[in-house]
Design a protein. Structure first.
Length: 693
C-alpha cells in the first residue's frame, strides 16, 4: 500500500513527478525492511541515540550498504516538469533520482522519520550523501558520488544544496531549496530572495525585425553577454523582444537595486541564475551605470553577475561602453539608436492603448507624440507617462490632451538635477512676451531645433563624428531686464518641459578642479532629465580665455577648455544668458546653435509691457496715462514689472484704484534703485507730485 498523497488535480507534466516519487517510496520501504531484518531490537525507543557494543561489532563484521535493488525507470516525458528540468539543467536520470530522494521530506513528513531511522540518528531527518547513494543502489565509493560535487549540475545549478561541510563527505546532508520545491509543485512566483531587485521590461513593439533577430542570435551565440549601448532608444524593450523571439522568458534585474545590496550581490546572482534556469528565461541587467561608480567596485559587481549567469542568455544595457575588465567573456555590442519620429508615435499609440485610452486618443497619438517630441524617454518612462496621462484624463472625464501628456512626461524627471539647480515650472506662454519679431523668430527656432533634433541630428546625421552630442545650445544676449530669463521659461513651456536655473554660487569653487566637477554633475543630470537648463549670467563661467601669465590663468583656461568639450558632447537643451556678449569666448559662440538679441524695448513695446504687467484685475483710476509712461520712461521689461508691483502695493495701501501719482512714484523708486537722475524732461507735470517720493 502506498501512502504518498498527490494533488487532487494533476496534469501530464506533474504526473511524472509523483510517479517517480512513488518509486523513491518503494526504495525507502525496502531499505527500512532490510535494516529491520538485521536490527536486534528495532522497537527500542532509544534507537538512534546510542550505539550498543553488539551494533558496533555488527558494523565491523558486516559489509555496508542496504542492498537496495536498482531500477530502470521510464524516460521522462519532455513536456513534464521533471523532463523540462532535466533539459534546462543538463540532468541525468541519476541526478533526477538524487533530487527526488532529497525532495521527499518536503512533500511527505513520514520521510523525515524514515530517513532518521535509516541514518541511525533520529536527529538527522534528511538524507545524507551516503544514504542517497545507497537508495540509488550505488556503493558509497562509486565514482558517481561526484554527481554531488560542487561542479556537478545538481549543485552548481542550485537545485540541491550539500550542507554541513564540516562533516565527512558521505555524512553531509542534502537539502532542496524552497524555490525548487515550489517550482516542481507548480509555483510561478519568483524567488522571494529577489524581492526588491526585480524590474520590468516590456518588449518594444516598434523594434526593427532585423535588429531583434540579430540580438536573439547574439544571445545564443556564446557564453558572453550582449551589451546594448543605449544611445536614446529602448534598450530593455529590444532585449525583451529578442528573448521572446528566441522563445525565452525575461528576468529583469534592476542595477540600481543591486547596487544598494552590493554586499549580497554574489548570493543574489546565484539566486537569479537558478530562477532563470528554472523558468527558461534570459536575464536583462541595467542600466550598468547605476552600479557602484568606483571602477574596482563596478568591475567586481559586473564580474560576479556575469560569472553567476554564464551560460544563460544575458543582456546588459547602459549609456557607457563595455569595459574589458568587467568580465572574462567579451560581449557582443549593439548600439540602440533613438527612434525616428514615426517609431516614437507608434510607441505612444501602443502605450496609450495598453493604458486604456479610448479610440480617439489612440487616433490622435501622432499629435500627442508631437507635443512631447522634444523629450527623450526610455520605454519604461514612456509607458508610465502614458498611464499617468490616461488616468488624469479619465478622472476629468475627457480624452487625453497634450497638456496631460506634457505633465505626465515632466513627472518622469528624477530629483537629481533639482539638487544642483533651481527648478521652475513654466507659467508663461508666447502671448506673455513683448519682443521684436527677429527675437521671437530666434526663440521659435530654438523650440523647433529642440523638437526635431532626433530627426535632424540622429536620423539624418547632420552633426556626425567628433563625439558630438544631440544637444541644442542657445545664447540670449541683452541688457538686464529685457526678458531673457522669461523667454527661456516660455520656450520650456512650449516644449512641455521644466526650466532649471543653475545657481552659479553652487558651481564656482575657488579650489582647482572643483568647478569642473560641479559642472560635470550638472551636465550629467541634465542629460538624463527632460528639461531646459538655464545658465544665467553665463559670462561668469563661459568667459574668454586669457594669455597664460601665471598659474591662475592656466587653471582658468583649463576650466574653459573643459566647458568647450562638455558642451560639444551635451545631449540636452541649454540656454546661456549674458548682459555682455563680447565677454564670451568665440569658441563658445561657435558651438551655439541659436543666438537671440534682446534689445531695450521701444515706446510701443513699453506700452504693451505696462499693459501686461498691470494686468486686468488691478483697478485703475481715470487719470492713469500709460502712454505717457511708455513715451517718457525708457525702462526694460524687468524694471517695468518692478514698477507695476510697487504701484500695486501703493494702491492696495490707499484702498483706491491705481492712480497716476502712485505709478509715477513707483517709477521714481526704480530710477533711484538704478542710480538714474529724476529729470523734469522725463517726468513733466508729475514731477512736483513725487519729488519727495
Amino acid at each position: 500500500m502506498t501512502y504518498l498523497e498527490e494533488p487532487t488535480v494533476t496534469d501530464a507534466g506533474a504526473e511524472s513527478l509523483w510517479g517517480r516519487l512513488r518509486l523513491v517510496e518503494e526504495r525507502v520501504r525496502f531499505a527500512v525492511a532490510a535494516r529491520r531484518s538485521v536490527d536486534p531490537d528495532p522497537d527500542d525507543p532509544y534507537r538512534g541515540q546510542y550505539l550498543s557494543p553488539e551494533a558496533a561489532q555488527r558494523i565491523l563484521d558486516e559489509p555496508g550498504g542496504l542492498q537496495v535493488p536498482g531500477h530502470d525507470p521510464d524516460p521522462l516525458p519532455p513536456d513534464s516538469v521533471l523532463g523540462t528540468l532535466a533539459a534546462r539543467f543538463g540532468l541525468s536520470p541519476l541526478d533526477i533520482d538524487l533530487l527526488l530522494i532529497a525532495l521527499a521530506p518536503d512533500l511527505d513528513a513520514r520521510f523525515e522519520r524514515l530517513y532518521g531511522y535509516l541514518n541511525d540518528d533520529l536527529t538527522r531527518r534528511r538524507p545524507t550523501v551516503g544514504l542517497a547513494l545507497e537508495l540509488c543502489a550505488l556503493a558509497s565509493a562509486s565514482p558517481v558520488r561526484f554527481r554531488l560535487s560542487p561542479g556537478a549540475p545538481l549543485v552548481a545549478g542550485g537545485l540541491l544544496e550539500v550542507t554541513e561541510p564540516e562533516r565527512p563527505p558521505l555524512s553531509r546532508v542534502l537539502v532542496v531549496p524552497d524555490r525548487v520545491t515550489g517550482y516542481l509543485l507548480g509555483d510561478t512566483e519568483p524567488d522571494a530572495r529577489l524581492a526588491g531587485v526585480l524590474g520590468t521590461a516590456a518588449q518594444d513593439p516598434t523594434a526593427e525585425a532585423d535588429e531583434v533577430r540579430w540580438a536573439a542570435r547574439a544571445a545564443r551565440s556564446g557564453p558572453g553577454p550582449v551589451h546594448l549601448l543605449d544611445r536614446g532608444g529602448d534598450a530593455p524593450g529590444l532585449a525583451a523582444a529578442a528573448l521572446r523571439t528566441a522563445g525565452l522568458g525575461t528576468l529583469v534585474l534592476d542595477a540600481a537595486a543591486l547596487a544598494r545590496r552590493s554586499a549580497d550581490l554574489p548570493a543574489l546572482a546565484r539566486v537569479a541564475a537558478l530562477e532563470a534556469r528554472l523558468t527558461g528565461a534570459g536575464v536583462i541587467i541595467g542600466p550598468l551605470e547605476e552600479l557602484p561608480p568606483a571602477p574596482a567596485e563596478r568591475a567586481r559587481s559586473t564580474g560576479e553577475l556575469c560569472a553567476a549567469l554564464r551560460g544563460i542568455p544575458l543582456f546588459t544595457h547602459g549609456t557607457e561602453g563595455w569595459d574589458p575588465a568587467w568580465a572574462a567573456d567579451t560581449p557582443a555590442v549593439l548600439p540602440v539608436a533613438p527612434p525616428s519620429p514615426a517609431r516614437q508615435a507608434a510607441r505612444w499609440r501602443h502605450a496609450l492603448a495598453l493604458a486604456g485610452a479610448d479610440g480617439s486618443a489612440r487616433g490622435e497619438a501622432d499629435a500627442l507624440a508631437e507635443a512631447v517630441a522634444a523629450h527623450r524617454l526610455d520605454g519604461g518612462q514612456l509607458r508610465r507617462a502614458a498611464s499617468a496621462a490616461v488616468r488624469t484624463a479619465g478622472l476629468a472625464g475627457r480624452p487625453v490632451s497634450p497638456d496631460d501628456l506634457r505633465a505626465a512626461v515632466r513627472a518622469q524627471n528624477g530629483a537629481g538635477l533639482a539638487r544642483l539647480a533651481r527648478r521652475v515650472e513654466p507659467g508663461v506662454g508666447w502671448d506673455d512676451l513683448v519682443l521684436p519679431p527677429p527675437t521671437r523668430r530666434r526663440l521659435r527656432e530654438l523650440a523647433v531645433r529642440a523638437r526635431h533634433r532626433e530627426q535632424v541630428l540622429g536620423q539624418w546625421r547632420m552633426r556626425p563624428g567628433g563625439g558630438r552630442g544631440r544637444g541644442v545650445i542657445a545664447l540670449f544676449a541683452g541688457e538686464s531686464g529685457t526678458g531673457k530669463t522669461m523667454s527661456a521659461e516660455v520656450v520650456a513651456a512650449d516644449l512641455g518641459m521644466d526650466l532649471y536655473v543653475v545657481d552659479l554660487s553652487t558651481v564656482v569653487d575657488k579650489y582647482v578642479g572643483e568647478t569642473e566637477k560641479n559642472l560635470e554633475r550638472i551636465f550629467t543630470e541634465a542629460s538624463a532629465v527632460n528639461a531646459v537648463l538655464l545658465f544665467d549670467e553665463a559670462d561668469a563661467i563661459f568667459g574668454k580665455r586669457a594669455e597664460v601669465k601665471d598659474a591662475h590663468d592656466r587653471h582658468a583656461n583649463i576650466e574653459s577648455a573643459y566647458l568647450l568639450q562638455r558642451m560639444e558632447s551635451f545631449d540636452g537643451i541649454a540656454v546661456l544668458t549674458t548682459n555682455l556678449r563680447a565677454n564670451l569666448d568665440e569658441a563658445f559662440t561657435r558651438r551655439i546653435d541659436v543666438v537671440a538679441e534682446f534689445p531695450v524695448p521701444d515706446a510701443a513695446q513699453r506700452l504693451a509691457l505696462w499693459e501686461r504687467c498691470l494686468g486686468e484685475l488691478l483697478p485703475r483710476a481715470a487719470d492713469l496715462d500709460l502712454g505717457f509712461c511708455a513715451d517718457r520712461f525708457e525702462l526694460a521689461g524687468g524694471s517695468i514689472r518692478a514698477c507695476a508691483v510697487t504701484a500695486a502695493y501703493l494702491a492696495a495701501e490707499s484702498g483706491e484704484p491705481l492712480a497716476m501719482r502712485q505709478l509715477v512714484a513707483a517709477v521714481v523708486q526704480e530710477y533711484r534703485k538704478l542710480g538714474r537722475l529724476v529729470l523734469e524732461s522725463e517726468f513733466g507735470p508729475y514731477l512736483a507730485d513725487v519729488v519727495d517720493a
